[in-house]
Design a protein around this ligand. Structure first.
Ligand code: PA5
Length: 472
């Protein structure tokens, strides 16, 4: 039996949310009150989510992928056997999840480990078209021993398609016309161009299901393929998400972790706290902040309400890392404007213990550290930072992972997805579209001469000329 099949083990891995430092207290007289939270239409928002659930197919991903998981495991087995490098080509929701999960669940210096310790190919995720990035990748991979995974839900994103063109050209030059052992496609079942190319090139293809938007796609093949290739237990990841699905269906809003997070953030926004700092105290969780930033920003940053009213809703996500950013940003968080909520991600049990050895007994200001561990130091620094913030009147709360493992990461990803959707309900916006991103995509197509974008090109060409006075 796997750990995640044992209910007692799962219970022990349950994430904890401690929001005392958001609430009114002797230390935080201007904190939130329970009434402020419960005054929000929480039950109505929960009911609305429940009614929408059949269309929100990302909510089914923890439960309906047995067959897909088997296919992914088969593909991962041959890739692990044949490839020295696995390169994800994708951007936004097609890249941030794979990066976050890899960093969380593999060795922090994974690519630098010898092959036998790594157990899988090196992983590279190309989520930019900086020309130097592609050139730098080509300097370190052997194209004949590389498998690319091109991921684009829409099948048309310029950045990803340009990378695909480069990869296909290089592959055909290196291995000949049959590139099917070197390229995997992950895309929509019919929309866009990648599916056409995948058919033409006879590629192993994984489908991004309908109703699963880019930033909600980490738990479908978008994220699972790279994770499985690098040896992550994707069944445990999905089991953690399924466990969180149960918790986030609790109809008592104040016992439902996604509702509590959504409600705290809504009250914060109502009080003008338009910045949300995500600050993990673990290097392994560093890129969860990047993934979360997209999820929160792109889902909630909306001009229009669902009733057509102009809202300009949203809260700016900021990425920070404990303890590193205590020495760069925390001064601002502690003494700066009251415009932020800080969310700490903390870990009870790190995967290793690093003792601090005995040394310099004649220098007490150094020697006091001896006999402690880095584990104690990082925990003390997080507690001290939370205290300093609270004492200065700045709200913060902590989400604690008992351990960082595939199950708890599945819980965390799913929790944030549901909390984001729930916050969208409270803000009365559509959390699942991204017209602002689409506008930029269309303008790029127009500038680069894509057929069908003449009107947009004319619109861009009609822009007023820039004033030389403002250019130095
Ligand atoms: O969340 C989203 O929908 C976007 O951020 C997309 O993930 C991003 O634009 C990439 O799109 P695609 O996967 O279609 O290439």
């Amino acid at each position: 039996m796997k750990d995640y099949q044992n209910p007692a083990w799962c219970q022990g891995m349950k994430l904890r949310i401690n929001y005392n430092n958001m609430m009114k207290s002797a230390l935080l007289p201007d904190g939130f009150t329970r009434e402020e939270l419960t005054r929000l239409p929480l039950s109505a928002a929960l009911a609305a989510m429940k009614a929408k659930r059949p269309a929100l197919r990302w909510m089914d991903l923890p439960h309906n992928q047995e067959e897909i998981v088997q296919q992914i495991e088969k593909t991962a087995a041959w890739v692990r056997e044949e490839a020295e490098a696995f390169v994800v080509l994708g951007i936004g929701g097609s890249a941030l999840g794979p990066i976050a999960v890899h960093q969380a669940l593999r060795h922090l210096n994974y690519n630098d480990l010898p092959k036998e310790k790594r157990g899988g190919p090196k992983l590279y995720v190309l989520d930019n078209v900086d020309p130097e990035r592609m050139a730098a990748l080509l300097d370190v991979i052997d194209i004949k021993k590389t498998v690319f995974n091109v991921i684009t839900k829409s099948g048309s994103t310029s950045e990803t398609m340009s990378q695909l063109l480069i990869a296909v050209d290089l592959l055909k030059k290196a291995v000949g016309e049959d590139i099917s052992r070197h390229l995997i496609a992950t895309t929509d079942k019919e929309k866009g161009n990648l599916i056409k190319i995948a058919r033409q090139e006879h590629l192993t293809t994984f489908i991004v299901p309908d109703g699963v938007g880019g930033r909600f796609s980490e738990l479908c093949p978008v994220g699972l393929v790279a994770a499985a290739v690098c040896g992550i237990d994707i069944r445990a990841l999905l089991a953690g998400a399924a466990y969180m699905d149960e918790l986030t269906q609790n109809e008592d809003p104040m016992s439902n972790p996604a509702c509590v997070i959504g409600a705290l953030q809504k009250v914060a926004m109502d009080r003008g706290m338009n910045i949300h700092v995500m600050m993990p105290y673990a290097d392994s969780l560093k890129y969860i902040s990047d993934w979360y930033a997209q999820l929160w920003a792109e889902s909630l940053g909306k001009k229009f309400g669902t009733d057509g009213s102009i809202l300009h809703a949203g809260q700016t996500p900021v990425k920070a890392l404990g303890v590193t950013d205590q020495h760069s940003q925390v001064q601002l968080y502690t003494e700066g404007p009251f415009d932020k909520v800080v969310t700490f991600l903390t870990v009870d049990k790190y995967r290793t213990v690093t003792p601090i050895p005995e040394g310099y007994p004649d220098i007490p200001d150094v020697h006091f550290l001896s006999g402690h561990t880095h584990n104690e130091l990082i925990a003390a620094e997080q507690a001290a930072t939370a205290y300093a913030l609270t004492k200065s009147g700045h709200v913060n709360y902590a989400i604690t992972l008992p351990e960082v493992n595939p199950f708890t990461i599945g819980e965390l990803l799913y929790l944030f997805e549901v909390a984001t959707a729930f916050a969208g309900e409270l803000l009365n916006i559509d959390a699942f579209d991204q017209p602002g991103v689409e506008e930029g995509k269309k303008a790029t197509y127009a500038l680069l001469g894509k057929p069908g974008f003449d009107e947009k090109r004319a619109e861009l060409n009609a822009r007023p000329a820039e004033d030389e006075a403002y250019i130095l």
